[in-house]
Design a protein around this ligand. Structure first.
Ligand code: ADP
Length: 489
């Protein structure tokens, strides 16, 4: 046996599952990844096969351990991070799923959510969420009302509902546990984020019985053992996992994942501050008596807007080329871009807004257009942070970034100037899995505490630029452009 400790982090995402093996200095030893099928049985419906998902977990776990040259017994702990809100219903005696997993993107309960509008304030007060088909509650209600097998299992007291973390913990523990952690529970619309318990009024609203739901466990803590005897020691929703993996442990620290869309989360400390502007409040993590909340906002278009300039407009050969092209011009040449290609989220919440280039003249070059797209992403992130800060009255301490687009130096630099704050990209951008690994290692004495783990934080690139008057003026101008993009269709 080796002297080192190793942790296997299972990152169960929307389109693929990855297992990453970390050593006790948080270095990545091996990564294994497997995609799985998506089903679209009707317009707007998205389903996945829960057994297939579990199959990809076992396959990647086995492969990653094997390729790292390790034995199962050398793994100190398993951590789970997962796509959030996706619901599985299964028979807790046989372990058989009773229907496909209903994916978070599935809109089948859109009509039901419209009916819930009168209860939206009450739901927001209790759960920190807005009413939307994303969240698990209406999906569970749909399963009970529409799938005979689910109803039969409920009648014979064999029904188990859970999000993906819950399903994986059940399967990995040889059907011994039916649990979920507080960060995942926060996304169900059934969980009271202040009382830290399932909410009876909400359970009644959705006709869900407490006994069908998993028991709540800490985000970091041993909740069961695999058949090889490895402790399953953490479960965390993917976005909260990334906040933890970015080691944004302190109130006021934030992370932004610049992927296809962008996800911003800010650590609120122990206060569950609610937003009046439809930003979400969830439990970030609960570890013993320590509870950390996070405020969350997202942009529909981030890398998607860059891909659009490359694939549709052919303004650049690749996403990475947009960096060089943007640096080629001194400024945006007066051109502004509003990335409202599929409407605007917070703070406008205008589904009828549409994308806009404005300010072009005869001297506009394609570099100006590209630069305006990258700037447009940064302005949108700034606007979301401004909204967040004004809602929670916590100044932004530091922004840590990850995701494909964060590799773009122009974006990182411009974002730093716009925020007047340091923007740091870590060497290890596998932040989601890192979060699950740290949480699992803390529960199994691989590390004593978070302070010890901080020693393994490595920044790859940090930009710290003060605010710039000209850029501030551009931001104000961009906001005028946003107004012009609104209420278009
Ligand atoms: P997701 O997990 O949402 O699929 P990723 O984090 O993998 O997203 O990021 C993918 C996005 O990042 C794509 O839109 C891609 O075009 C964009 N991207 C990758 N590298 C760069 C770069 N150097 N500059 C700008 N965008 C980039």
């Amino acid at each position: 046996m080796s002297e080192r400790s190793y942790i296997a982090a299972i990152d169960q995402g929307t389109t693929s599952t990855r297992t990453i093996i970390f050593d006790d200095q948080l270095e990545i030893v091996n990564i294994s990844q497997k995609p799985f099928k998506q089903f679209y049985p009707q317009d707007g419906w998205v389903e996945q096969d829960a057994e297939e998902i579990y199959g990809t977990v076992i396959a990647t776990l086995t492969q990653a351990i094997d390729e790292a040259g390790l034995e199962f017994q050398e793994i100190s702990a398993i951590g789970i991070t997962n796509q959030r809100e996706t619901v599985v219903a299964w028979n807790k005696e046989t372990g058989d799923p009773l229907y496909n997993a209903i994916n978070w993107q599935c809109r089948r309960t859109a009509k039901r959510c419209l009916e819930l509008r009168p209860q939206e304030n009450m739901i927001h007060e209790k759960t920190g969420l807005i009413v939307d088909p994303y969240f698990s509650g209406t999906k569970m209600e749909w399963l009970y009302n529409n799938v005979p097998k689910v109803r039969i299992a409920a009648n014979s007291k064999e029904l188990a509902f859970g999000t993906i973390d819950s399903w994986l913990a059940y399967k990995l523990s040889k059907k011994n546990v039916h649990v979920t952690d507080y960060s995942n529970a926060s996304r169900t619309m059934l969980f009271n984020i202040r009382k830290l318990d399932w909410d009876d009024e909400l359970l009644e609203l959705f006709s869900i019985k407490r006994e069908w739901l998993p028991k709540l466990v800490d985000t970091s803590g041993i909740l069961g053992y695999t058949k090889e005897g490895i402790p399953i020691a953490s479960m965390v929703g993917d976005q909260q996992g990334a906040l933890f993996g970015q080691m944004a442990f302190e109130r006021g620290m934030a992370k932004c994942t610049y992927g296809t869309g962008a996800f911003l989360l800010m650590n609120l400390g122990s206060e569950a501050i609610l937003s009046g502007q439809r930003l979400l409040t969830s439990v970030g993590w609960k570890i013993g008596d320590e509870i950390n909340y996070a405020m969350e906002g997202s942009l529909f278009m981030c890398g998607a807007a860059i891909d659009w300039t490359v694939d549709n407009l052919k303004l650049a050969k690749s996403a990475s080329e947009t960096e060089d092209l943007s640096y080629k011009v001194r400024d945006n040449g007066g051109v502004f871009f509003v990335p409202a290609l599929s409407g605007l989220g917070a703070p406008q919440w205008d589904p009828n807004a549409r994308g806009l280039f404005i300010g072009m003249t005869q001297s506009t070059k394609k570099e100006h257009l590209i630069r305006s797209v990258l700037e447009g992403i940064c302005y949108s992130v700034r606007e979301l942070f401004d909204t967040m800060v004004s809602e929670c009255h916590i100044p932004l301490k530091e922004l840590r970034v990850d995701g494909g687009v964060s590799k773009n130096q122009f974006i990182q630099e411009f974002q730093s100037i716009l925020l007047g704050n340091s923007v740091t990209r870590p060497e290890n951008t596998e932040t989601t899995a890192t979060g699950a690994a740290i949480l699992a290692g803390l529960a199994t004495d691989v590390w004593r505490d978070k302070k010890e783990v901080l020693a393994y934080w490595k920044s790859q690139a940090s930009m710290s630029r003060g605010k710039d008057e000209q850029v501030e003026a551009s931001y104000t101008k961009w906001k005028t452009a946003v107004k012009r993009s609104q209420n278009w269709v």
